[in-house]
Design a binder for this molecule. Structure first.
Ligand SMILES: Cc1ncc(COP(=O)(O)O)c(C=O)c1O
Length: 457
């Protein structure tokens, strides 16, 4: 395959020149796994990710043109990295604008189903979180809708203006928030809307675009590696035109540098570079045709008696409860037939697809699930979230001494580290919160038996 793009071309030229590699990495381009030849460091002409002026800047400019927002910047460390940078940027803008000398900790509003990277960002930047809890019961930890009206009420009621509103969309189960409506509200209150779009880089290429930045978000993190043909770690920090008029490119780069390694992977950078060429070819057309095939699969599964969640188009989220199966059981059945799913829990089975899946693979899913014997329907599982009792700040809790104890013994204690199951890495209890009786069934449902709580003196 001919690699296309400034970073790829540079590396190809470097390989051809074949200099003696008196630089990192230690494999010296020799064959161990097969990819070492292309794995270089910041050699002369190779540019630096966080002070990009050469091939990386050129490649990012191409990505910016393809996405059509204010700026598209690369990360080789995933959306986790971009989330931290996004929050740091919103915070520094807030401080710069008017509130730098405030005594109270800055506050961010967030829908509860956050990825754990959001928590580490809040702990590191020492900000307070105000949770936007869904009013109705939910059936999964992964998916929670934020009603635009409840955001409006929360913003109107808060004395201290938040420096951002943070939502996950699409979430792990493919639920998409009403970004356009949330964006309008944020605009009216002059608060940036920050979207964890880790699962939705491809949404830009639907017709019309469903990308959160097109719908009104100020910034988003997109894991290119989740839905585009990019190596693990490849991600974009997307900045809207409006927001990028408020911060410089170097400020955004500095925010990424604050949390990033000084050795970004050149393999991942080449993969992002190559992806530009992929997106520029006939990707939107291929995507649209493939989404039709996925929709046909969803319709077929629904006819077989499975409940199919409303999700973003590249994802199939199945509940087998009506046919008598938990999500985990369906996952196991697929595994036995050679199919590995993305995620399964008490209820849902999640399949993540891209245009790189073959039509026969979709047919295989239909065949396997069609052949599953029906059993007695299972009861559905739902729970309500209450506003948690935050005893101490996320930061204070995260840096405190903790001990690990069984969950049943933890009621009344303060959570020390976010309690997550991975995937989906969404916390049930968060650092600084009191563990309550109501959390116990959730721990059970997500197979969490032990928990880190603050030690008591
Ligand atoms: C909703 C969500 N946000 C953020 C992340 C982190 O993304 P990354 O793996 O690219 O760091 C994930 C990872 O699965 C995720 O599911």
């Amino acid at each position: 395959m001919i690699l296309k793009g400034p970073i790829c071309d540079f590396v190809s030229g470097y390989i051809k020149e074949n200099p003696v590699r008196m630089h990192m990495p230690g494999h010296k381009g020799r064959f161990f796994m097969g990819c070492e030849e292309r794995d270089i460091t910041e050699v002369s002409g190779g540019d630096c990710l966080y002070q990009a002026e050469g091939i990386i800047a050129e490649s990012e400019a191409r990505a910016t043109e393809i996405f059509g927002f204010g700026r598209t910047l690369y990360s080789t460390e995933g959306s986790s990295h971009c989330i931290r940078a996004m929050i740091a940027l919103a915070l520094s803008l807030y401080k710069k604008r008017n509130h730098g000398a405030g005594l109270q900790k800055p506050v961010i509003f967030a829908a509860r189903n956050v990825h754990r990277a959001f928590l580490s960002a809040c702990a590191l930047l020492d900000v307070q979180i105000r949770w936007l809890i869904p009013e109705e019961a939910v059936s999964s930890l992964c998916s929670m809708s934020l009603a635009p009206e409840s955001l409006r009420r929360a913003l109107a009621a808060e004395k201290q203006k938040p420096f951002g509103v943070y939502v996950t969309s699409p979430d792990y189960l493919g639920h998409c928030q009403d970004i356009a409506a949330l964006g309008e509200i944020c605009k009216a209150f002059d608060v940036p809307l920050l979207v964890d779009n880790a699962h939705g880089a491809y949404l830009k290429f639907l017709q019309p675009s469903r990308h959160p930045v097109d719908l009104g978000a100020s910034m988003s993190c997109d894991s290119a590696h989740k839905t585009l043909p990019v190596l693990t770690g490849g991600a974009y920090l997307q900045i809207s035109s409006h927001f990028s008029s408020l911060i410089t490119r170097q400020q955004a780069k500095n925010a990424l540098a604050l949390f990033g390694s000084t050795s970004p992977s050149y393999l991942v950078l080449q993969s992002l570079d190559l992806c530009n060429a992929y997106l520029k070819e006939d990707y939107p057309k291929r995507l649209s045709l493939f989404c039709e095939k996925i929709q046909a699969l969803k319709n077929g599964l629904a006819q077989l008696g499975y409940d199919i969640y409303q999700s973003d188009p590249l994802r199939v989220v199945i509940s087998g409860k009506k046919r008598g199966y938990r999500g985990e059981q369906l996952g196991e059945l697929l595994r036995k037939k050679g199919v590995e799913c993305e995620f399964c829990d008490v209820d849902a089975l999640v399949l993540m697809l891209t245009c790189e899946n073959r039509p026969e693979e979709l047919e295989l899913i239909r065949e396997i699930l069609g052949g599953v014997a029906e059993k007695e329907p299972l009861p559905s599982f739902s729970f309500s979230f209450k506003q948690p009792v935050q005893k101490i700040s996320v930061r204070e809790a995260l840096f405190s001494e903790t001990e690990r104890i069984p969950v049943e013994a933890a009621v009344g204690r303060i959570c020390g580290a976010p309690v997550i199951s991975c995937p989906p890495a969404i916390p049930i209890a968060l650092c600084g919160e009191m563990i309550t009786e109501e959390m116990l069934p959730l721990f059970g449902a997500y197979d969490v038996d032990v928990i880190d709580v603050l030690t008591e003196n």
